[in-house]
Design a protein around this ligand. Structure first.
Ligand SMILES: O=P(O)(O)OC[C@H]1O[C@](O)(COP(=O)(O)O)[C@@H](O)[C@@H]1O
Ligand SMILES: [Mg+2]
Ligand SMILES: [Mg+2]
Length: 331
């Protein structure tokens, strides 16, 4: 099922997410409404997490949780809160039969065995920025299950490959809260009107500039990157490009999507396979990048063409404006 762009649907900036989803669905005679409902459930979870984040400093959900996730990372309390809230919203929505989360090793079964979709998610991205009031996000990737409905989902449902995503996107909790997603054709952004509690279409048919002058990378790892990466970064600096890195993938990606730029997390001596997770960080952002005219590579080929082998595998990533990604992998 490919969606129609907001353009083709003649939907003006200012329409609500619900109206946009309904109009998109009506463009497809065979649509059954389940994916539409799932997108609504994600929006609801986003509003709840947004509220938790806004008041994190006021109530006892700031700081570390004293536990580790499957990646061996210290979990923040908000990582856990976001994970729980997202799982609950998808369970209650009824469309999702299983979830793979950054915060849990194994598949999470929702009990909706008749649900046709599975979701891979990074409930809270940019965890190192949670307590310091810097933009953070949620990233999600949606697949139609390949196992029969009525039976328990398996890893096969999650390891279909990036090009099998039926929808993907992120929620950015920044100076405003935005939901950006694609169901295959066109990328649209919705800003949360806090007073109405509604996501409103604010960025219609986002198109990634082909080139840019912003590069986002952890320069602290410079001497741990491959010489080819060092050469590319030197080129950027010699040209006087702006270095912008907030340490929240969603925040850095979103800025570069709108302004033109590149985010890269190449392999390092510490993380030779890269740091970011393929299924719920790289694939969904690569989907958004490609559907908006940008590119996403692992240094050898397109991220979306990587054949996945495990749920929490990592990958190097170079993502953003097409011309910059192309140069970054062949400086
Ligand atoms: O601190 P580093 O090594 O630069 O890594 C920062 C990157 O790691 C991440 O925080 C990883 O995501 P999580 O916070 O979801 O674990 C990205 O958001 C960010 O771009
Ligand atoms: Mg993340
Ligand atoms: Mg995370």
């Amino acid at each position: 099922m490919t969606s129609k762009t907001a353009q083709e649907l003649a939907l003006p900036v200012g329409v609500t997410l619900d109206r946009f989803i309904m109009a998109s669905q009506s463009a497809f005679p065979y649509a059954t409404g389940e994916l539409s409902q799932l997108l609504r459930d994600i929006a609801i979870a986003g509003k709840i997490i947004n509220r938790e984040i806004n008041r994190a400093g006021l109530v006892d959900i700031a700081g570390g949780n004293g536990t580790e996730n499957v990646q061996g990372e210290n979990q923040q309390k908000l990582d856990i809160v976001a994970n729980i809230r997202f799982i609950r919203a998808l369970k209650n929505g009824g469309e999702v039969c299983a979830i793979l989360s950054e915060e849990e090793e194994d598949i999470i079964y929702t009990g909706n065995e008749h649900g046709k979709y599975v979701v891979a998610m990074d409930p809270l991205d940019g965890s190192s920025n949670i307590d310091v009031n810097v933009s953070i996000g949620t990233i999600f990737s949606i697949y139609r299950r390949v196992t029969p409905t009525g039976s328990p989902a398996t890893m096969d449902d999650f390891l279909q490959g990036g090009r099998k995503q039926v929808a993907a996107g992120y929620i950015l909790y920044g100076s405003s809260t935005m939901l950006v997603f694609s169901t295959g054709d066109g990328v649209n952004g919705f800003t949360l009107d806090q007073s109405l509690g509604e996501f409103i279409l604010s960025h219609k048919n986002i198109s990634s500039p082909n080139n840019g002058t912003i590069f986002s990378v952890n320069e602290g790892n410079y001497y741990s990157y491959l010489p080819s990466v060092q050469k590319y970064l030197d080129n950027c600096k010699q040209r006087g490009y702006s270095a912008r890195y907030i340490g929240s993938l969603v925040g850095d990606f979103h800025r570069n999507l709108l302004k033109g730029g590149i985010y890269l997390y190449p392999s390092t001596k510490k993380d030779p396979k890269g740091k970011l997770r393929l299924l719920y960080e790289c694939y969904p952002l690569a989907f958004i990048a490609e559907k908006s005219g940008g590119k996403a590579s692992d240094g050898f080929g397109a991220i979306l063409d990587i054949v996945p082998t495990s749920g929490h595998q990592r990958s190097p990533i170079y993502v953003g404006s097409a011309a910059m990604v192309k140069e970054s992998v062949q400086p």
